[in-house]
Design a binder for this molecule. Sequence first.
Ligand code: PBG
Length: 328
Amino acid sequence: MLPTHRPRRNRKSEVIRDMVQETRLTTHDFIFPLFLIEGQNQKLEVKSMPGIYRFTADRIVEEVGQCVELGIRTFAPFPSINDSLKDRLAKESANPEGLYLKAVADLKRQFPGIVIMTDVAMDPYSSDGHDGVVDAESGEILNDATLEVLGQMALAQARAGADIIGPSDMMDGRVAWIRRVLDENAFQHVSIMSYTAKYASAFYGPFRDALDSAPKKGDKKSYQMNPANKREALRELALDEAEGADMVMIKPALSYLDVIHAVKENTHLPVTAYNVSGEYAMVKAAAQNGWLDGEKTMMEVLTSIKRAGADAILTYFAKEAAAVLRRG
Ligand code: PBG
């Protein structure tokens, strides 16, 4: 008996394949993370992330300019702060004259059309390397003491011109707290993209190297989620929605495509995914060894994240993928 149903007919030429293609990436889908360092006139490659650099504030301008040229319009900067400026309460995070907030203000001035999403979490500024306040005696991460710090950090970022606040810390109640602080200070128009389901993942390794932000003691398992859990992500989603998040995020992306899908099915908010440093490093390492076609793998990875349900993707591939999309 020969087949009567032949799905291959819909794959028989490039034109037909293009016509029936369900998921299409565009450069507008991308949010590009940027690494900032103190100093002047430096552009240093992150060893575990070939093609990704840490820039001083003066050099970040040319990078953003090139990205804008390629059609990338949304950026997520992260700072690498000198150890001498770190303390238990991450005070440097609210310093308008500090590296991060000055760079944010500067970029918004130079590129008024771009959107900047700032990161709210204590780790880059914390002498403990944790996202929350660490109790000096017990080593516990203190949720409610952290909210105070996060609120001030978010407010300082809004004052610097942030369009979107991205709490990446996973403390309970932080979306509501930040929303209230922003609203009380006439920043009703500033959005919150919550890291809704952020897992305690080994895939953050290269990022922590880039920012020198690894925990000095212990791990992040008492606040970041257990990679084994999916229903818990829906609980976090319900809370973030109730607390006023404008957009939600799942992080990492590739090992969590099922979570992206589940979140998409359960919300009307835009869903984003963070294609994290370790996911980037894996593809780059394999490509450098000649074990994978780096460009094809990159496009497949990004397409799969969008197919799973992500409306936008934070990705270190943004610049490279934008160049591929432009080429057509
Ligand atoms: C910290 C933060 C991390 C990342 C973004 N914000 C690392 C962590 O939680 O330890 C990781 C991003 C990446 O790996 O690309 N608040």
